[in-house]
Design a protein around this ligand. Structure first.
Ligand SMILES: Cc1cc2nc3c(=O)[nH]c(=O)nc-3n(C[C@H](O)[C@H](O)[C@H](O)COP(=O)(O)O)c2cc1C
Length: 306
């Protein structure tokens, strides 16, 4: 038996394979494809204080080895989510991490404040890094591009709620270590990285951008080498757990991120190709651990021979 447990703050997740926000609905849509309770956690689609309509269509386009999206955080708001979606996840008993966002620091705090009491999540992931939504007053800047705001929002959300807080970072920065440290200083129980990379697609015949929002975020295997380097850089800067994300398609990909310093990983774009992929990644990761005779997942974290 391999010990796969992962501790984030005071919460223990049964294993390190989680479904990434925005790529797994709120879990219910995937029940026909895998036994959801087998995976470590579902990170739900980002919710905001008030409903959002999202960006103009088209919002998703395939790119070589990846996806480009500009959904723009379309959602029905946190109140709806808590009433209509949380009970299903709670009843199912799967680890539940609710992703939240806002246009101002106050909106993050208000949104988090709605997720307390009965049916509260096992952790909250604060999405400071959606490349399709920019913070008020600073066009084309993301919260997680600014260490001061990263620290401030993390601290404020942490003060508001009791469950662990995971701060999700953007790779679209000069020094990811600086932002990782800011989240740690703000009291984050963990950081997750990466969200998508800024990108765009152009239709030369029509002489137009392909996406309705012009630019979007790139995900999938195309970003894996950069995401690995981001995780490794952050691992060398902070002592809180890191959740690795970016192009993970197989158990071996997951092992690579764990070796580079991730304590857990999230599977994103792969869910669109194979909706049962999270279960496959977990199975393949266990096979790798068996083959390497590793008895505890934490013994693999950061064990890259450099
Ligand atoms: C269609 C789509 C929607 C996404 N929506 C969200 C979201 O709502 N919140 C969030 O934090 N990340 C969102 N992401 C980013 C993923 O959670 C993940 O960080 C990113 O796609 C990189 O992982 P991957 O290469 O495995 O997909 C979205 C990604 C895609 C492809």
């Amino acid at each position: 038996m391999i010990d796969l447990k992962v501790r984030i703050g005071k919460t223990i997740f049964k294993n390190p394979v989680w479904a990434a926000s925005g790529t797994f609905g709120n879990g219910e849509e995937f029940t026909d494809f895998l036994k959801i309770t087998e995976i470590g956690a579902v990170v739900t689609k980002t919710v905001t204080r008030s409903p959002r309509r999202g960006n103009p269509v088209p919002r998703v386009v395939e790119t070589p080895s990846g996806l480009l999206n500009s959904i723009g955080l379309e959602n029905k708001g946190v109140e709806w989510f808590k009433k209509e979606q949380m009970p299903f996840l709670k009843e199912l008993g799967v680890g539940t991490i609710v992703s939240i966002a806002g246009e101002t620091p106050e909106e993050f705090v208000e949104c988090a404040g709605k997720l307390t009491g009965k049916n509260r999540p096992d952790a909250i992931e604060i999405n400071l890094s959606c490349p399709n939504v920019f913070h008020k007053g600073a066009r084309r800047r993301l919260f997680a591009q600014d260490p001061k705001i990263t620290e401030k929002i993390t601290k404020a959300v942490k003060k508001k709620i009791k469950c662990p807080v995971i701060t999700k970072l953007t790779p679209n920065v000069t020094d990811i270590g600086e932002i990782a440290r800011a989240a740690e200083n703000g009291g984050a129980d963990a950081i997750s990285l990466v969200n998508t990379y800024f990108g765009m697609a152009v239709d030369a015949e029509e002489m137009r951008p392909v996406l309705g929002n012009v630019t979007g975020g790139v995900s999938g295997p195309a970003i894996k080498p950069m995401a690995l380097a981001a995780v490794w850089s952050a691992y060398n800067e902070v002592s809180i757990p890191i959740i690795g994300i970016g192009g993970i398609m197989t158990g071996l990909d997951a092992a690579e991120f764990i070796l580079a310093g991730a304590s857990a990983i999230q599977v994103g774009t792969a869910n669109f190709i194979d909706p049962g992929r999270c279960a496959g990644v977990l199975k393949e990761l266990k096979e790798y651990l068996n083959r390497k005779k590793i008895k505890r997942i934490r013994d693999l974290v950061g064990k890259l021979k450099v």
